[in-house]
Design a binder for this molecule. Structure first.
Ligand code: HEC
Ligand code: HEC
Length: 207
């Protein structure tokens, strides 16, 4: 019996190796691929600079359109939670994004994740302005990122700097248990954004 079970396990193991070798990714590997980010060099074969730039942005878009970023960049003055449902309780960002009097974000969200209560947190936790919505198509997000009237009067360099250093952005890769982190690594995302800026910050075409 013990031997038969061992033989079965060995056969299953061999089958898994064979499937991998044949390039047929099991479901878990597929999920990992969705959670990964390609490096800028992976786009080197696109010789047209503008097309390469837009392709780099599409890859970075996996992060922009991830719930860890969209939940704060909801575009409707209320944060979202989990995979994107409206926040409970139904708080509002208010004029400065930190909540309305009596229901400030900081009443619940601390300076770090509080894992025992499943409570996400970073210092200065607040809602992004409506003009910075990330719940939008990537062509729209891209244009918005370059528009000083919508992006908080930032230059492209400021944007690259923001995604490289902002604690709220960085939080998305360490969101605490029970939350899917943003795809890839923070460093990988920053590299894509810099490569995008360096290639002219071209936007993908509207779908
Ligand atoms: C009464 C307490 C309370 C207040 C006030 C509050 N939150 Fe929350 N918030 C929570 C809890 C609890 C969760 C975790 C829910 C979950 O993940 O299931 C949460 C989750 C979130 C998330 C989801 C993070 C993610 O991606 O998983 C965001 C974004 C958020 N809050 C933003 C805000 C903002 C912005 C404010 C102020 C305008 C605010 N919250 C005020 C309790 C609160
Ligand atoms: C806890 C809430 C929160 C989370 C999570 C968050 N942001 Fe933000 N983000 C903000 C706020 C608030 C601002 C506006 C800050 C300002 O203008 O001073 C902002 C500004 C930005 C800006 C600059 C202006 C613009 O046009 O958007 C970028 C880029 C940005 N965030 C990207 C991201 C990305 C990418 C993620 C996820 C990896 C993310 N943010 C996660 C709250 C958040």
């Amino acid at each position: 019996m013990g031997l038969r079970r061992w033989a079965l396990a060995a056969a299953v193991g061999a089958a898994a190796v064979a499937a991998l070798a044949a390039g047929i990714a099991p479901r878990s590997a597929r999920a990992q691929a969705d959670a990964a980010l390609r490096v800028p060099d992976a786009f080197a074969s696109i010789t047209d600079r503008a097309r390469r730039s837009a392709a780099l942005f599409l890859e970075a878009g996996k992060v922009f359109q991830h719930p860890r970023c969209q939940n704060c960049h909801s575009g409707d003055d209320q944060p979202h939670q989990s995979e994107g449902r409206p926040h409970r309780p139904p708080v509002r960002g208010g004029a400065d994004g930190v909540g309305v009097p009596g229901l400030r974000c900081a009443a619940c969200h601390g300076e770090a994740n509080y894992d025992a209560a499943g409570m996400p947190g970073v210092a200065n936790w607040h809602l992004a302005p409506v003009s910075m919505s990330l719940r939008a198509p990537l062509a729209v997000i891209c244009a918005q990122l370059k528009d000083p009237d919508k992006n908080g009067s930032r230059t492209l360099d400021d944007i690259a700097q923001h995604v490289a250093t902002d604690a709220l952005v960085i939080w998305a890769w360490t969101p605490g248990p029970g939350r899917r982190p943003a795809p890839g690594t923070h460093a990988g995302f920053v590299a894509l954004m810099r490569a995008w800026a360096d290639t002219g910050a071209e936007c993908p075409r509207a779908p």
